[in-house]
Design a protein around this ligand. Structure first.
Ligand code: NDP
Length: 604
């Protein structure tokens, strides 16, 4: 019996491979990641915060702090919470938005939810005692929960909102980071934690004529409810006579489209690459189950989920959803010997994607539309999506799918969008075109920290990162980053950010008790971690290289801002091993050493 015959494939594997490659080739662009543009200059107004009702007026703050935390999303929130737990209360969280929340502050588009199960996604549930109301939380619930964390841990008293960091430099004499802001603040902080997140810098497609559009336009992370009517939880009542267009069909669009379809006079969805959309099957939290929860339940569940996505196939699979099914049916169970593993994984991937395409045929009535909605790439090439109303939207008479067949929209005019020479007139144009993920870290943060000797952080990254666990930077004393730079990549980013925050708080408690003025990893420790990163990425790189372009593989073309090819620095990658192994490395490191190894400390 051949290995392939153990998988339910209606199209032979060879044909699927060829189809994947053909579809991928249609999408490869010479300008790679440089095809996108920032929301600045002539597009700066698209980056304004539409949610602030009152601009805070205050005097500049000039002060000293033990710790400055940049960012008030889940990274900054969990960092603040764990500093408080460690008895470190002298810190300030600086946040550009008008409140805590990060992603969940900015993303208020209709239908916005989190596709990772809420009981695993929301951090610190065991501390706050909160139990989410549904298996998958809505954005308003998550935003409210962020505020709850802020109140629970006394973080509001320590936050500066509507404040953007403009610079940070190391003062060699004071042995402190001098953090400056657009409010004229000057914080001299012993320790600096950069918790800016990974999906916060919205991007626009670089389509010719984009600046000429005369109708209304916005990015999904700056939703203009004044124009659309309604709110994140209520019907958009001002769109009934509007021709609405949405560019993009990623994880954001598939959640917004059903709501736009209900509200718009006409909705046109401009697609370059379809998403894979499996069932979501959301449901309310069962009161009986809620009453049965024992202390520590949330941590146990989150780790059960992490074990699932690490390929451990835990029994029981507590979450039992689309994410865990992907990893439970990874093909390994049908491989006869270790040599068959790679092929078995590929065949299982084909099998799952066939199911995704079969679901489209079942739901979408128009055959041509159904064909266009079918994704032809590996399941993990883009974020898999789960939704129970997206595909159904295309059965409505007021919804049109314009499939650009991998080419993307060709031109934007003052009236609308042009695809294959045809102009689609629009009153409202919504960019669901995602966020910068793989561009330079300092570009995404909006400033470039300057370390000892004038070395900038961007130069340091270009030279090749030196960190311990992606958290503590060498050559940049007392600087911590919660990010994917030499960190982990997993569907639930919050799990990693939270573990990072615990580790940083642990290190800071130790450093303060030691009377440290500076800490940084030893050269040996940073090199050892870089080796782990480089050696763990093989499978990750191999899988993504065959994928259709997306931010997962840097659009298959690392280019600088001028569009010129950029050298990939392997040691700047992510931990490519199982996510639970990354967590274990951090836990073991901090648990087994009262005297933290791998760190250099000065006390002068
Ligand atoms: P994405 O980057 O995933 O999607 C952007 C979309 O814009 C893609 O469909 C892309 O097509 C399309 N696009 C870009 N340029 C053009 C063009 N010129 N013409 C036509 N289409 C174009 O952004 P999202 O905001 O959807 O999602 C970003 C990330 O946010 C997700 O990967 C996920 O990590 C996170 N997210 C998580 C959610 C959750 O539930 N946890 C929900 C929503 C988002 P193409 O695919 O061809 O590049």
């Amino acid at each position: 019996m051949s290995l392939e015959s153990k998988f339910k494939l209606s199209i032979p594997a060879d044909e699927q491979r060829a189809k994947y490659e053909a579809e991928r080739n249609k999408r490869i662009r010479a300008d790679g990641a440089a095809q996108y543009q920032e929301l600045k200059g002539r597009f700066a107004d698209l980056d304004e915060d539409p949610y602030v009702t009152e601009k805070i007026v205050r005097d500049p703050i000039v002060t000293e702090r033990e710790v400055a935390i940049l960012g008030g999303g889940f990274g900054g929130l969990t960092q603040g919470a764990h500093l408080m737990k460690q008895g470190i209360a002298d810190f300030t969280i600086i946040e550009r938005g008008g409140d805590f929340g990060g992603t969940w502050y900015w993303n208020r588009y209709p239908g916005c939810m989190c596709d990772v199960e809420s009981y695993c996604y929301l951090p610190l549930l065991d501390d706050t005692g909160y139990v989410p109301r549904q298996k998958y939380s809505t954005a308003p619930e998550i935003f409210a929960y962020c505020q709850m964390i802020g109140r629970h841990f006394g973080l509001y008293e320590r936050a500066l909102f509507q404040t953007q960091v403009t610079g940070a430099h190391w003062d060699e004499t004071a042995k402190r980071w001098i953090v400056t802001t657009d409010r004229g603040d000057r914080l001299a902080a012993r320790y600096l934690v950069m918790a800016g997140g990974i999906l916060h810098k919205a991007k626009l497609p670089g389509v010719p004529g984009i600046e000429t559009f005369k109708g209304h336009a916005f990015h999904t992370s700056r939703w203009d409810y004044d124009y659309t009517g309604g709110s994140p939880t209520t019907f958009m009542d001002k769109l009934a006579d509007k021709k609405v267009g949405i560019v993009g069909t990623g994880a954001t669009a598939i959640q917004a489209v059903p709501h736009l379809a209900e509200a718009a006079g006409h909705l046109t969805v401009f697609q370059r690459t379809p998403s894979s959309v499996g069932p979501r099957d959301n449901r309310a939290t069962d009161p009986g189950w809620e009453a049965s929860l024992k202390p520590g339940w949330a941590f146990e569940r989150e780790m059960n989920f992490t074990a699932s996505i690490s390929g451990r196939k835990p029994v029981p699979d507590l979450v039992d959803d689309g994410w865990t099914h992907i990893h439970r049916r990874d093909g390994a169970e049908r491989a006869d010997c270790p040599d068959d593993l790679a092929l078995a994984r590929e065949l299982a991937d084909f099998e799952r994607m066939e199911e995704v395409r079969a679901r489209i045929e079942e739901i979408v009535e128009d055959k041509q539309t159904a064909e266009a909605l079918k994704p032809w790439y590996g399941h993990m090439c883009k974020r898999p999506c789960f939704h129970d109303e997206y595909l159904q939207s295309f059965n409505r008479p007021n919804v049109t799918l314009v499939d650009t067949k991998g080419a993307g929209v060709q031109e934007i005019t003052e009236n609308g969008i042009v695809v294959e020479g045809r102009e689609y007139e629009l009153d409202l144009l919504i960019f669901s075109t995602g966020f910068e993920v793989t561009t330079d870290y300092t570009r995404r943060m909006g400033f470039d920290p300057v370390g000892p000797g004038g070395l900038t952080f961007s130069q340091h990254i270009n030279n090749g990162l030196e960190t311990l666990h992606g958290l503590v930077g060498r050559k940049f004393p007392n600087l911590f980053t919660i990010s994917t730079l030499q960190g982990a990549a997993m569907p639930n980013y919050v799990t990693m950010a939270h573990e990072d925050a615990i580790n940083i708080a642990h290190i800071l408690r130790w450093a303060i008790d030691k009377g440290a003025t500076t800490i940084q990893p030893t050269h040996q420790a940073a090199e050892a971690w870089a080796d782990i990163i480089v050696n763990s990425m093989g499978h990750f790189i191999e899988y993504n290289a065959k994928c259709t372009p997306s931010y997962f593989n840097n659009e298959l073309g690392a280019t600088d801002e001028k569009g010129e090819a950029k050298q990939w620095v392997p040691r700047n990658g992510v931990f490519g091993g199982p996510p639970d192994e990354f967590l274990e490395i951090l836990r073991e490191w901090r648990a087994s050493h009262g005297e933290l190894r791998d760190l250099e400390i000065t006390t002068d």
